[in-house]
Structure formats: structure tokens, C-alpha cells
Design a protein around this ligand. Structure first.
Ligand SMILES: N[C@@H](CCC(=O)N[C@@H](CS)C(=O)NCC(=O)O)C(=O)O
Length: 194
């Protein structure tokens, strides 16, 4: 679908990698058997078919291309080699997921406080793990990933989750994490000028 920003992600990744590919356009009002059988869960574009096997979800596709073709293209890898830097890059992808997560919270919680309903569940735990960095982003850059206007449910969820004893017991101290992030940034800056 030429106008799809999601499809564009896949095309951009292929393009930056200098890879040739067959581009098959979909009529989303009349989806092809190929699309339905390749992405039976979401029935959405883009789908990358490589060696006869489908890869779905634009961000998954971009990462797949990066990993499957590590040496392709003039530009460097899309994700950095260093695990910490990779984690940071993936963290920023979260921004794009906020809207989806807001919808998921509405759907999963059915009006209850957590993704898991009355109690914390799998998604709460998975997402709860990024709260530290969300707070660091706010402390250092004044950037609140979940804000009241863009994602009011998530915004309230974050404070609710972080206030739980079991969360408080293990969530890192924001000040300490912020110091760590600043130190890492300084290290990268120094490495870049060497
Ligand atoms: N989360 C998906 C979103 C893809 C998506 O929403 N694709 C739209 C086109 S922009 C689509 O295929 N819609 C068809 C439908 O919803 O039936 C991704 O990142 O790949």
C-alpha cells in the first residue's frame, strides 16, 4: 500500500541496505490470498517474504532485515552492535508504540487498573520494565513518553504501577538511573571525538 507509513519502514530499510526486492502492492479493500495467508494474525501490510517465509510487523521487519543482511548497504547497521546502545535505540521505537499500547490498555483492562485486569499481568510486567527509562527521559530531557494528552490511560497506569510495593521493591532509583544515563552519554560523546 503505497501510502502506508508502516510499509515505508520496510522499504526504507531495504533501500538503505541497498537490497533489491519485488514490491507487491495490496488492495486493502480486497486483500490477496498471499497477504491473508502470510499475516493471518493482523492481515496487514507490510509483510516481508524472504526465502518463502513471511515476516510481519514493520519494526520486526526492519530488525530482521538488519540481522539477515548485516553486511549489505553503504550505511552501517540500523541497530548498533553494542547491546546497551541497541537497547536505547529500541527504547525510542517505543514512542511509535504508545498509541497502540494506549489502545491495548483500554482493551485488555476492560476499565480495570492494569493490563492484567485487577492485578498486574504479563504486559504490565513487560512494560513496567521501561518505567525507569521513561522517568529518566522526563528528568533529563523533559520528555514524558506517556503524557496525559496523548495517552491518558497509560499516563495514569504508569504512576499506579510504580506505586505498587512489588514494583517499588525493584524499580531503579530515577536519580541514579539518570546519573548512569548521563555518564553513558558522556562516554559515547568522548568515544565519538576520539
Ligand atoms: N503495526 C503494524 C501496522 C500496519 C498497518 O496498520 N498497516 C495498515 C496499512 S497502513 C493495513 O495493512 N491495514 C489493513 C487493515 O487494517 O485491514 C506494522 O507496524 O506493520
Amino acid at each position: 500500500m503505497w501510502a502506508s507509513p508502516f510499509a515505508l519502514r520496510a522499504k526504507l530499510a531495504l533501500s538503505f541496505k541497498g537490497l533489491s526486492y519485488e514490491y507487491v502492492e495490496e488492495d486493502l479493500k480486497n486483500k490477496s490470498e498471499l497477504l491473508l495467508s502470510s499475516n493471518p494474525v493482523h492481515k496487514k501490510v507490510p509483510v516481508l517474504i524472504h526465502n518463502g517465509k513471511p515476516v510481519c510487523e514493520s519494526q520486526v521487519i526492519v530488525q530482521y532485515i538488519d540481522e539477515a543482511f548485516p553486511d549489505a548497504g553503504a550505511s552501517a547497521a540500523l541497530l548498533p552492535a553494542d547491546p546497551y546502545e541497541r537497547a536505547v535505540a529500541r527504547f525510542w521505537q517505543l514512542l511509535a508504540a504508545v498509541e497502540t499500547l494506549e489502545g491495548a490498555l483500554k482493551e485488555c483492562s476492560k476499565g480495570k487498573p492494569f493490563f492484567g485486569g485487577d492485578a498486574v499481568g504479563y504486559v504490565d510486567v513487560t512494560l513496567g520494565a521501561v518505567i525507569g527509562f521513561v522517568r529518566v527521559g522526563e528528568a533529563l530531557h523533559g520528555m514524558r513518553l506517556f503524557d496525559a494528552s496523548r495517552s491518558p490511560l497509560l499516563d495514569a497506569w504508569l504512576d499506579r504501577f510504580a506505586a505498587l510495593d512489588a514494583a517499588k521493591a525493584v524499580l531503579p532509583d530515577t536519580g541514579r538511573l539518570a546519573e548512569y544515563a548521563k555518564m553513558k552519554q558522556a562516554e559515547w560523546a568522548a568515544a565519538a571525538t576520539n
